[in-house]
Design a protein around this ligand. Structure first.
Ligand SMILES: [Zn+2]
Length: 177
C-alpha cells in the first residue's frame, strides 16, 4: 500500500469511529480548547494521546525541537487571547532529535535556524535530558517575557513539561527550575 492509500484508509476508519456529535458541536459552536500545547513534531509525541484529549480540547503548536519564533508566538497569542485557554504548556521530550542535533553541533539548511534557538537555550550543557529541560524552560521564559504586558495573556499560567518517550509519562517542571 502506498502512503496516500494508507492515509486514505486511515481517514475512512477515523470517519467511522469519530464522535459525530462532538464533531458537529465543535464545527458549529467553535473551538474552546482548555490549553495550548507547544511541542515537538516528533511522531512519537502526540499531545492529544498523551493527555487523553479529543476534538477541540487542545490547541497544539508543533515544530521540531519545540522552538519559538514569530509564527509560534502568533499562534499562542491568537489562542490565548481569543479562544479562552487557561494554560500554556511547553512540552519537550526525551530522545529529541533536534536537541541531539544541537548537541552534535551539526546542522544544515533550514534546520540550522532550529538548532540556533536550541543552542541559545542550552549553552554549554551536554547532557541530553538537561538540555531538553533547558530548552523547555527557555521557551517558558520567552512566552512569559513576550506577553508580560499583554492585557489578556499576561495572567495565563505557563508551564514547562517533559514527556518520556519510553514510559509515556509527563514530568511537570517547577517554575523556577
Ligand atoms: Zn523532538
Amino acid at each position: 500500500m502506498d502512503t496516500i492509500a494508507k492515509l486514505t484508509a486511515g481517514n475512512l476508519r477515523y470517519r467511522e469511529t469519530v464522535d459525530r456529535v462532538r464533531l458537529l458541536e465543535t464545527a458549529e459552536n467553535g473551538q474552546h480548547p482548555c490549553a495550548i500545547v507547544v511541542c515537538c513534531s516528533d511522531s512519537r509525541v502526540i499531545p492529544e494521546e498523551i493527555f487523553s484529549a479529543g476534538l477541540g480540547d487542545l490547541f497544539v503548536i508543533r515544530v521540531a525541537g519545540n522552538v519559538l519564533d514569530r509564527h509560534q508566538l502568533g499562534s499562542i497569542e491568537y489562542a490565548a487571547a481569543h479562544l479562552g485557554c487557561s494554560l500554556i504548556v511547553m512540552l519537550g521530550h526525551t530522545g529529541c532529535g533536534a536537541v541531539a542535533a544541537a548537541l552534535s553541533g551539526h546542522a544544515e539548511g533550514y534546520v540550522a535556524y532550529i538548532i540556533e534557538d536550541i543552542d541559545e537555550a542550552i549553552g554549554n550543557v551536554r547532557d541530553p535530558d538537561e538540555a531538553c529541560r533547558l530548552n523547555v524552560l527557555h521557551g517558558v521564559q520567552r512566552i512569559r517575557k513576550d506577553f508580560a504586558a499583554h492585557p489578556s495573556i499576561a495572567g495565563i499560567d505557563v508551564q514547562g513539561a517533559v514527556y518520556d518517550i519510553r514510559t509515556g509519562g509527563v514530568e511537570w517542571l517547577a517554575p523556577g527550575e
